[in-house]
Design a protein around this ligand. Structure first.
Ligand code: DGL
Length: 266
């Protein structure tokens, strides 16, 4: 029955804690929804892997979330979305929501005509990203930058380190000197770095991430499928699974109630 299905959790996966930036937006917009989050940090980072490896890991994550009864899956990872979402949609009946770098909105908002994108190698090299960027107005210059090392530092609890500042300066300063006025965060780990990015780029640069848009899309698709959990009485349960270290995850989540963090092999 539809009511029972609506109670089932939304599944969310990422290579690590990055997708928590998406979970936060979903939890904010849909606080009654139960969620199950999978952090595949044993296999992180995904950004350096081949398309085939990323598809195989995405299948494994999907199977785990389906085995937990999820009604919809949010692929809270640009790398997995751009490389594997087509495969997932073609092979499973459950609805999938993905996240892709927001270069289209950036190309509309830019005044200087130069936008920067920081993302993983896997995302920037994907055919889906290539297709999206080919549709951008020819007058717009896109500066692509692989954020090599950023995910590893975040996953290792070194978000606020000198190494992080050095890497961010190295990646962002060339964008600024080329008159870029909009920076697209093309990896779900990067919204955690916004305060540091802001202090490097200054107040005038538009920093664009797609977390809120993903939450809105999730709500729309739940509604369309008649599986939105609309009860106000639900004390939502949010279960987070990690297959390596849970400490960094626990730190990020400590201010949230109704959150359970578990270790699991998957
Ligand atoms: N959070 C990821 C993304 O959005 C994954 C990065 C990685 O594991 O390299 O692309």
């Amino acid at each position: 029955m539809v009511i029972t299905k609506a109670k089932q959790p939304i599944g969310i996966f990422d290579s690590g804690i990055g997708g928590i930036s998406i979970w936060k937006e979903i939890n904010n917009l849909l606080p009654n929804e139960n969620t199950i989050y999978l952090s595949d940090n044993y296999n992180a980072p995904y950004g350096q892997k081949t398309k085939e490896e990323i598809i195989n890991l995405s299948i494994k994550n999907t199977e785990f979330l389906i085995s937990k009864g999820c009604k919809l899956i949010v692929v809270a990872c640009n790398t997995a979305t751009t490389n594997a979402i087509k495969y997932l949609r073609d092979n499973y009946t459950i609805p999938f929501i993905g996240i892709e770098p927001a270069i289209k909105p950036a190309s509309i908002q830019t005044k200087t005509g130069v936008i920067g994108i920081l993302a993983t190698k896997g995302t920037l090299n994907s055919s889906l990203f290539e297709k999206t960027s080919a549709n951008i107005d020819d007058n717009i210059t896109i500066i692509e930058q692989i954020g090599e090392g950023l995910v590893e530092l975040i996953e290792n609890g070194k978000m606020h380190s000198k190494e992080m500042t050095n890497l961010l300066e190295k990646y962002l300063n060339p964008m600024l000197s080329n008159k870029c006025d909009s920076i697209v965060l093309g990896c779900t780990h990067y919204p955690f770095l916004i305060p540091q990015i802001r202090s490097i780029v200054g107040p005038k640069i538009n920093i664009i991430d797609s977390g809120e848009a993903v939450a809105i899309q999730t709500k729309n698709i739940l509604q369309e499928n008649n599986i939105l959990y609309s009860s106000n009485n639900n004390k939502a349960t949010n279960i987070f699974y990690s297959n390596k270290e849970e400490i960094v995850m626990q730190n990020i989540l400590k201010k949230y109630k109704n959150v359970i963090v578990n270790y699991s092999e998957f």
